[in-house]
Design a protein around this ligand. Structure first.
Ligand code: PLP
Length: 314
């Protein structure tokens, strides 16, 4: 706030605000810090936050830091969310926070139902777009574009460490919100800015998304080919519809075994086990990118098929 903001930070924030169709944006040193800093500034002790059970850990930590009461609703369950909104309707400040695409499951939040509920019960809506920017929507603008909706998310959060291959995080929204965060968010005021070279890399990455929309089509196509291929082999990909593709293994041991067999054939996948996911739902977490060719995906599928049979999963 005092001295760390260079022209390149202002340019990056303007690029993000334009990309997300908001009045302004503010950047932080990481996505994790963004959630911590933003949530703990927006809500406090007398407020209530309603979170999807599968929200990212940084959202949970932000809520804990804020001192607000935290209630969690069942994953993507809008009836449960409505029950909670009704129960706490007397609270003057209610904030609903969700991931747009869930980081371990790859499924998409039901935005239309969520927006209807937030409006009905006067709650603010904050959306973590770590896994949806550059992946969802025809031009990669994210969750609102995916559902053909506009201006329905009050606090638009994202990271610069995934589809945008740099480091940092952002909040995009009304200029009043951004101004508040720039003056009151401790994770902004008391932490250094994104290194200038990384800010420039992030800005250039948004420009690539804007200039080369065929990459968005490609990542969506690759996700479809990979998910369909895994299902045809007999794997359970849970409810993924995006580039994050879980391959259900059940026990931790099975997940480790499948990963070991794939990595021995140079397929880079990682295990996700409890407590990151519920016990019994351990999985291999795979991702596709726009950079993968059809041949590479087919090769990965054939390695997975052999490994899955060896591990007794299919
Ligand atoms: C949904 C979600 N939010 C926030 C973060 C934190 O982002 P970063 O790694 O940039 O700190 C991550 C990734 O780790 C994430 O998956």
């Amino acid at each position: 706030m005092l001295a760390g903001t260079l022209d390149i930070h202002v340019e990056l924030e303007k690029t993000i605000a334009d990309f997300k169709n908001t009045e302004d944006a503010v950047t932080f040193s990481s996505g994790y810090v963004t959630n911590l800093a933003a949530i703990s500034t927006i809500v406090g002790r007398r407020d209530i936050v309603l979170c999807d059970k599968y929200n990212h850990a940084s959202i949970v930590d932000g809520c804990l830091l804020s001192g607000a009461e935290l209630k969690r609703f069942r994953h993507n369950d809008m009836d449960h969310l409505e029950d909670l909104l009704k129960r706490y309707s007397d609270r003057s400040t209610k904030l609903v926070i969700v991931d747009a695409v869930f980081s371990m499951d790859g499924d998409i939040i039901n935005l239309p139902a969520l927006v209807e509920l937030c409006r009905k019960y006067g709650a603010w809506l904050m959306m973590d777009e770590a896994h949806s920017v550059g992946v969802l929507g025809k031009t990669g603008r994210g969750i609102e574009e995916h559902f053909g909706m506009q201006d329905c998310v009050d606090v638009k959060m994202g990271t610069l460490s995934k589809t945008i291959p740099s480091v940092g995080g952002y909040i995009a929204g009304k200029s009043g919100l951004v101004n508040l965060l720039k003056h009151a968010a401790r994770g902004y005021v008391f932490s250094a800015a994104i290194p200038p070279a990384q800010a420039a890399a992030a800005k250039a990455s948004f420009e690539v998304i804007i200039d080369e929309p065929d990459r968005i089509e490609k990542v969506q196509q690759n996700a479809r080919i990979f998910i369909d291929g895994l299902q045809a082999i007999g794997f359970d990909t849970m409810s993924s519809e995006t580039a994050i593709v879980p391959v259900l293994c059940g026990t931790d041991e099975k997940a480790y075994e499948l990963v070991r067999l794939c990595q021995s054939q140079d397929i880079f996948v990682l295990p996700v086990v409890s407590p990151a996911v519920p016990e019994g739902l351990s999985r291999l977490r795979a991702t596709v990118t726009a950079g993968h060719s059809k041949t590479q995906i087919e090769h990965a599928l054939s390695v997975l098929e052999i490994a899955g049979k060896q591990a007794g999963l299919i």
